[in-house]
Design a protein around this ligand. Sequence first.
Ligand SMILES: [Zn+2]
Length: 149
Amino acid sequence: MGSIIYHTECKQCEKIAVKDDYYKEDKETYNIYCPYCGYTYFQGLVFNEEIEINEWKVKEEMGCGVFQICKTDGTSTLTLLKTPITDKSLISCEADFHAPETNQSESYLIEYKEGKFTQFLGTAKPPYFEYSYQQYKKEKNLTAEDFWF
Ligand SMILES: [Zn+2]
């Protein structure tokens, strides 16, 4: 079983989404996630334990933004938001953002709503934030090796 990771256009925000493509039992299955707006898509075989059979599943979820926390030890966590930011969730994000072990200069909370991005916390942005996927493709001087994974 092989896995190929490449870029694709995000269906929701048209920026650069990440597609992880692999074959399972001769079927193409894949995950897509967008590190800008939080959109996710999955299609593939999932084992149903009740009837002990692989079932074909498709799951698409719109995103409401992303929350990236980089720590001073170099580790980072990217959370894809599936619900809009509320006062309550913002308080929780602020606590993580202002924690002593957080590297604030590389962390951010960005909301995606009705086609617009709003930065709630931090000043950093995901790499290539200013590009749409089509612009990225056109300016081919950006290669996969330049990317963030
Ligand atoms: Zn997106």
